[in-house]
Design a protein around this ligand. Sequence first.
Ligand SMILES: CCC/C=C/C(=O)SCCNC(=O)CCNC(=O)[C@H](O)C(C)(C)COP(=O)([O-])OP(=O)([O-])OC[C@H]1O[C@@H](n2cnc3c(N)ncnc32)[C@H](O)[C@@H]1OP(=O)([O-])[O-]
Length: 725
Amino acid sequence: MAATRRLVNTVAVITINHPPVNALSSSVRHALVEEFGKASKDPTVEAIVLNGSNGKFSAGADIREFGTSAIKTVSLEDINGTIEASQKPVVAAIEGIALGGGLELALACHYRVADIQSRVGLPEVLIGILPAAGGTQRLPRLIGIPAALDVIVRGRHIPATEALNLGIVDEVVQGSAVDAAIQLAQKVIGLPLNKRRLSTLRISSNLNMEDFLDTTVEKTKKQFRGAQAPMACIEAVRASVLLPYHRGVEKERQLFLSLWATGQPQAQQYAFFSEREAAKWSHPSGARWYSEEPKLVRTAAVIGLGTMGRGIVISLSKANIPVIAIEQDAYQLEMGKKAVNSLLEREAEKLKQQGFSPGSKLASVHFTLAFGELQDVDLVIEAVYENMELKKEIFRKLSSVCKSNAFLCTNTSGLNIDEIASVTDRPNQVIGTHFFSPANIMKLLEVVRGQQTSLTTIATAMNLGKILGKVTVLVGNCPLFVGNRMLGPYLEQASYLLEEGCYPETVDRAMEEFGFAMGPFRMMDLAGLDVGWRSRTEKGLTGANVPQGTPARKRLGNRYSPLADLLCESGRFGQKTGKGWYQYEKPGGRTARPDPWVKDFLQKYRKTHQIKQQPSNQEQIVERCVYALANEGFRILEDGIASCPEDIDVIYNNGYGWPKYRGGPMYYASFVGLPKVFNTLEKYYKANADVPSMKPAFLLKKLAAVGGPPIKEWRLQVGKPVNKL
Ligand SMILES: CCC/C=C/C(=O)SCCNC(=O)CCNC(=O)[C@H](O)C(C)(C)COP(=O)([O-])OP(=O)([O-])OC[C@H]1O[C@@H](n2cnc3c(N)ncnc32)[C@H](O)[C@@H]1OP(=O)([O-])[O-]
């Protein structure tokens, strides 16, 4: 039964029953209509309580129903209208979650009681749509325009205590929300309900509403560049100010339909489900996520308290895993300790505001210089800087100190996991955990399996990612893994565009207007140009080891752009030195301004090398950079490094500032049409045979030849994720 009804004295308790998250699918909506109908007519029932089974009120509309005929059967807004109009008081008992349509349903009830652990919110914007069951009209009437806009446009999950302060819920309880709701229902029997019907309320505000909304539009446009849903949310809330309720709801509906026509909701919903699929990892042996038991990680250690290590320590502590944090000398340890403690204090403050005792949620961190103290930890994450010899030295030590069943993880963004594992006494328990900076904030975790990594180790690392609240993707071992490997051809194209007449700001603007959080040059300045320079020097691509007579713009017969090397030779390492592709207000400054020095440098460079100027327009810039990125994605699939295109998209959406409303580079390629992507790359490669990264990948060619099937059918062509490198 999608909903059940029981009687407690004169209160009917209607329970939504649709595991795992009580999504309001067609069957649930039908069941709600039926049970409400019965409870309303039953003369022994004087009040109604609505809750969800398994401690979850509801995660909202069933996302899988969008775009199908199921969504067209009995509408949630009609149900909400019926509930609100009920002559018997209806109380929502919110446990766990009331999200999206779930909260809209609760808003239609006359009262709302929440348990202290629950979260409410209208996160529709995160899947490309807007609350379209009256949420954009009821919430502003309940909590006012500014607060409602914040909730609806940002789509965040709001902890119960904050929801109480905002006025979204009437009561927060430590114990059972259902018991409290039944008590409240009994208390309000017979009281007038008019003021509890949100659709009938008038919006009160002293603000100059039109100005306020216009300013919000401008701010939101900048903040969510290119995303349509946040803008539609504002327009729907504007309607709540200007129009009577029923016309506001019509506007909500229209906005929903026009959003659907943009294609953005489909991309964002693909991204939503891809994230969940990524957790269901597969292994070339045929093992899958459900066939392997992860080991419990009761204690962990982090080696190295630089920016990355600090973030990892915070993540572990927030997941209630006690941590031992190690540094190499007293000074570094003290610096790390100060930074970690100050971040932990902030977390503790947040918890206090939510009504929790920080001690119950944040695990302890012990700082030490002594490796010997690691003998009992279940798992170690090494997070020192990227240097193979240093990492090997640490893993040798760990191997001798840690108990035999401890897992050893290396936080590297591209070094060979097998080489690191080879110096240990347990290569099967070594795995890569590539966090993204700042590690306590960024959602992505690339888990890298080496050749000998055991299934238990994989299951444990994947499960740890989940416990840390990360979007975790399992990938194979190759230089730079998935995300960073794809950046290579992308950044290469960006540099060639400069050689051919563009400027950093032109390329960045094009990519940012496409939707990237940051264009390639601003990104390089932030990461530090010296990092890539060091790696190219080690590979003999630049510096003293380049063979004499090598042309400046060729390496091993292929095109090479020395621009970044030249910048580094002038001491321009990016933000840290106050100069890079841009100039900054000071070393460490954040505000990038176009630098006349760079313009002059590029002009002289083009003249010296007699490069014909043919600056690309915005569309060409995007095509070259994004197709280069996706093409490498196809190669990664061919090589068996990623299991499926969805995993690649999850990595880009969560770790590289890719605009989620475009689904990810592989989804985008599919959206544009694989034959078009193939033909564009082929044309470029024919004209530039010295740029092998633009040669269309074999898999792309194969898929384009059959007309570019939908992305979920690519798996058939990809096969098992066997590392072919
Ligand atoms: C009518 C128009 C107006 C209304 C619009 C809306 O309400 S739009 C909706 C607005 N609401 C949202 O945007 C909320 C979206 N959901 C979430 O944010 C999270 O899922 C969570 C916080 C509810 C639970 O997190 P967690 O880490 O505990 O668990 P988990 O994330 O792994 O999910 C478990 C399983 O449930 C599945 N599933 C989940 N939700 C839905 C759904 N609504 N639908 C269908 N399925 C859903 C999920 O795919 C997964 O399936 P699998 O892989 O097992 O087959």
